[in-house]
Design a protein around this ligand. Structure first.
Ligand code: ZN
Length: 141
């Protein structure tokens, strides 16, 4: 019970710390913690596209710029070497081949659906959703 109260207080303070920040700043902070978590989660695994060891970049299958609804979806983000991520634009054909091995074929279908849904309805960030993402990845990483 005492733990639950403590947690509520921490969340209130956490929200207060970020609530007045502009959306681009919140995205920047969320990216930092989310990618830190991805690096921890995938440590010891090779680049998802080419298998090179010690990959350095958090690479998106559906790009963060074009598909904001999947920007912080950890099923869509895996460590990549900088060659695949930066110079081969994600090396997506190879990424697509290996993604089901990491997350399962059903999850890849689900990501496709999220993209289709966002295309139809549009997508816009709201502050609380971003603060929740920061909270989640700060505590996971
Ligand atoms: Zn690679």
């Amino acid at each position: 019970m005492r733990l639950r109260i403590l947690r509520t207080i921490m969340e209130a303070n956490f929200i207060k710390r970020y609530i007045d920040k502009p959306i681009p700043k919140l995205i920047e902070v969320a990216v930092r913690y989310c990618h830190r978590y991805i690096k921890k989660r995938d440590s010891g695994k090779g680049c998802i596209s080419c298998g090179a060891m010690n990959p350095t970049d958090a690479g998106h299958f559906y790009s963060a710029g074009h598909y904001p609804s999947l920007r912080f979806d950890e099923r869509n983000i895996h460590l990549q070497c900088s060659k695949c991520n930066r110079f081969l634009h994600g090396n997506l054909n190879e990424y697509r081949k290996r993604l089901p091995l990491r997350v399962g074929e059903g999850i890849v279908d689900r990501l496709d659906l999220i993209v289709e849904n966002a295309r139809r309805k549009g997508f816009k960030w709201d502050r609380m959703a971003l603060i929740e993402i920061i909270w989640r990845y700060k505590s996971k990483s």
